[in-house]
Design a protein around this ligand. Structure first.
Ligand code: NAP
Length: 274
């Protein structure tokens, strides 16, 4: 009997990076579970992938900011014995000045980038660890690294903060999973042409750097996984070396902050360090 095809679940597969990634994975021999709110888009994609790549494709219509929908999907993930890849890709920006953000937008941005990905990873891991194989991918953003930068764009505190959760969460998780046979990778795309926050309209405007295609971003995710990367930065040639240097700085900061147990002088600590 032929080995069962690996199964990948991709959230946010109705457009942009998720749609492109679903196509690549199907052509790469995966069966798929594709998730988003726009069911008709997912059905069209599923029909394409069945006929072009011979994949089995299941459509799950879910609002990933809705607790009941997420619980239902997490239950499905936890019991899917063939699941070899979980990709948390669904997202939206919710940009705007933080002091004016509506309570429900704040809740939904945190849900889609923080609570839901963590919930789905939590559901996927026990089975993957028991099988000694599998991978989880979180699609974050270069804005995860943007905290102190002045970028002259609409308020992004919640979005950037949520994306930086995905970065740190995935790096810590990857360390925790070492030796288990299960991998965790975070992708930090720069600006990509998709339906995200008007990126299609931004592409080609005077002063804008060239935007990457969703297809290239998806190719980086597949290649990054094959390379065993923990942090995949599609447009950055020297990212692996940069993240090593960054890790050294993080190590130095943690060591220095814990070195003496004494108050720093700029906070009123005295010469004797009391
Ligand atoms: N484009 C960029 O410049 C860029 C840069 C860095 C990072 N990213 C990140 O890349 C990921 C993919 O974005 P994209 O650029 O491909 O944008 P996109 O074309 O707008 O795709 C977003 C996907 O997320 C799904 N989604 C949004 N809200 C959802 C909800 N409440 N429940 C379920 N699914 C939902 C959308 O499907 P439905 O609307 O059908 O639900 C769609 O499939 C996001 O996490 C984004 O933050 C994008």
């Amino acid at each position: 009997m032929p080995a069962p095809r690996p199964l990948a679940l991709v959230t946010g597969a109705s457009s942009g990076i998720g749609r492109a990634l679903a196509g690549l994975l199907a052509r790469d021999g995966h069966d798929l579970i594709v998730v988003a709110r726009r069911g008709e888009r997912l059905e069209t994609l599923a029909a394409e992938l069945r006929s072009q790549a011979g994949s089995q494709v299941e459509v799950v219509v879910a609002d990933l900011t809705d607790e009941a929908d997420v619980a239902r999907l997490a239950g499905r993930v936890a019991t899917e014995e063939r699941l070899s890849l979980l990709v948390n890709n669904a997202g939206f920006s919710g940009y705007g000045p933080f002091a004016e953000i509506e309570a429900d937008v704040l809740r939904r941005v945190v849900a889609i980038h923080v609570t839901t990905p963590a919930t789905l990873v939590r559901a996927a891991l026990p089975g993957m660890i028991a099988r000694g194989a599998g991978a989880v991918v979180n699609v974050a953003s270069l804005l995860a690294l943007s905290g102190p930068l002045r970028l002259g764009m609409a308020g992004r505190a919640t979005y950037s903060g949520a994306k930086s959760f995905q970065l740190v969460f995935t790096q810590a998780l990857a360390a925790e999973l070492e030796g288990s046979g299960v991998r965790a990778m975070v992708c930090l795309p720069g600006m990509v042409v998709s339906e995200f926050h008007g990126s299609r309209q931004l592409a080609g405007r005077p002063g804008m750097p060239p935007l990457m295609s969703s297809e290239d971003c998806a190719r980086a995710i597949v290649a990054g996984l094959a390379l065993g990367e923990v942090v995949c930065v599609p447009g950055f040639e020297d990212a692996p070396a940069f993240f090593e240097r960054f890790r050294d700085l993080q190590q130095e900061t943690l060591a220095a902050g814990n070195a003496t147990g004494r108050l720093a002088r700029r906070y009123g600590g005295d010469e004797a360090g009391r």
